[in-house]
Design a protein. Structure first.
Length: 412
């Protein structure tokens, strides 16, 4: 089926290349029985893609069920998915069929698959590999013919590194991966979506549809939309109901859009100028790095203050003897240059025997990648080469640290 036909049938608004590609993959894989893993942030519409795949498949006349794995308690999820026998646990007053039995011949959509307990993951892997399962409290093997579509807003590979998700299950699920783009990655679609929602709510509440001026559209486009399409729909509904003027200006729109954190830190770039890695991952890294930079600058300021106090009163040197001994291995110019970083001013030290009249303007490097490399080296040195501890101190995953060691050619 053509992409536009899919959009018309399922009410999908947008023309961004990333969205079109995701729809194209969904349409191509629908007629097969392959397992599909849908990636995407919360609110991007992952369940809609599962419905598209089922509706275009040969199972379209058979049952479809969506299960939110994160909403079912760990103690009952095996019973929900695979069923149980009477008396198999406290409260099991009767025999019960699970979803994999009741949806036999159809499609099951497992949302938030990353929330599955490890024991349940092993049971699911058996279903995917052999089409077999065992009810809780039973020893009889049951057969099922169910197509599995899974979805997650987490990095499952990172969860496998932490031992929270089975690696074999990950590769079994991601036979065909589909990544649904976030709203901020398809900015050109935001005005179209807002207009569609505004018209729908105008019909529902029997009022005129709101319209945005150019400044309001720019504000709408540049807002990061952490809640994606779901958040945009909520904002459109609020404006449709609460706005007195149907011609909405940027000033009026600001009353409905939550204030952002104001974070304007730049994205870390790789050597070819492209964004390196996952956006969320580096958003966290940037925050950690900048916090460390500011802490370093504060430490350097205190260091400079200590040097000045010692110069003015040499007797104070005994109070800082332990710290000074730690600096013995450093060259004087390195110590003086560090002290100059906070002010950018030349430093002259008198040690009681000779004057060092070496004036040099030291300009602090502002290259983020240089600072990141420096922090990684310091973290490894601090934790004596233990990657796990160093990664935890830096606020990144061990897998990310390993990639950074390769990227910066850092030897441990």
């Amino acid at each position: 089926m053509e992409i536009q036909s899919i959009k018309n049938r399922f009410g999908i608004i947008g023309n961004s290349p990333a969205l079109n590609f995701a729809l194209q993959v969904a349409g191509q894989v629908a007629m097969t029985d392959l397992t599909v893993l849908i990636f995407g942030e919360s609110g991007v519409g992952k369940e809609v893609f599962s419905q598209i795949i089922h509706a275009l498949s040969g199972r379209k006349h058979n049952p479809f069920i969506a299960v939110n794995c994160g909403a079912i308690p760990e103690g009952t999820i095996d019973s929900e998915l695979f069923g149980h026998e009477k008396g198999s646990f406290t409260g099991a007053l009767d025999f019960r069929k699970g979803y994999f039995e009741t949806v036999n011949g159809g499609t099951i959509f497992l949302d938030e698959i990353g929330e599955l307990p490890l024991g349940t993951q092993a049971r699911l892997l058996r279903v995917l590999e052999a089409g077999e399962f065992i009810r809780v409290g039973s020893s009889k093997v049951q057969k099922t013919d169910v197509r599995v579509i899974a979805a997650t807003n987490k990095d499952l590979l990172e969860l496998t590194d932490k031992g929270k998700f089975r690696e074999d299950l990950y590769y079994r699920l991601s036979t065909v991966p589909i990544r649904v783009p976030s709203l901020r990655d398809r900015q050109e679609d935001i005005p179209l979506l807002f207009r569609k929602f505004a018209v729908d709510f105008a019909e529902r509440y029997k009022t005129g549809p709101v319209q945005l001026d150019d400044e309001a559209k720019d504000l709408l486009i540049n807002y990061p939309w952490p809640g994606n399409v779901r958040e945009l729909k909520n904002i459109a509904e609020q404006i449709s109901v609460l706005s007195e003027d149907k011609h909405v200006t940027a000033g009026s729109l600001r009353k409905f859009i939550p204030e952002t954190s104001g974070n304007r830190l730049p994205m870390l770039l790789s050597s070819n100028g492209t964004a390196a890695g996952n956006g969320h991952e580096f958003a966290n890294e940037r925050e950690i790095l900048y916090k460390l930079f500011f802490d370093m600058k504060k430490d350097v300021t205190e260091l400079k203050k200590m040097f000045v106090e010692i110069l003015q009163n040499p007797s104070l040197a005994t109070q800082h003897a332990a710290f000074i001994n730690d600096l013995n291995e450093l060259k004087p110019q390195e110590v003086f240059a560090s002290a100059a970083l906070s002010s950018g001013q030349p430093v002259m030290i008198h040690n009681g025997h000779e004057d060092i009249h070496h004036h040099e303007e030291v300009e602090e490097s502002l290259n983020i990648m240089d600072k990141e490399k420096e922090l990684i080296v310091k973290a490894l040195k601090k934790h004596k080469g233990k990657r796990k501890d160093a990664a935890s101190d830096l606020g990144i995953s061990e897998r990310t640290l390993y990639r950074k060691l390769k990227e910066y050619d850092i030897s441990e």
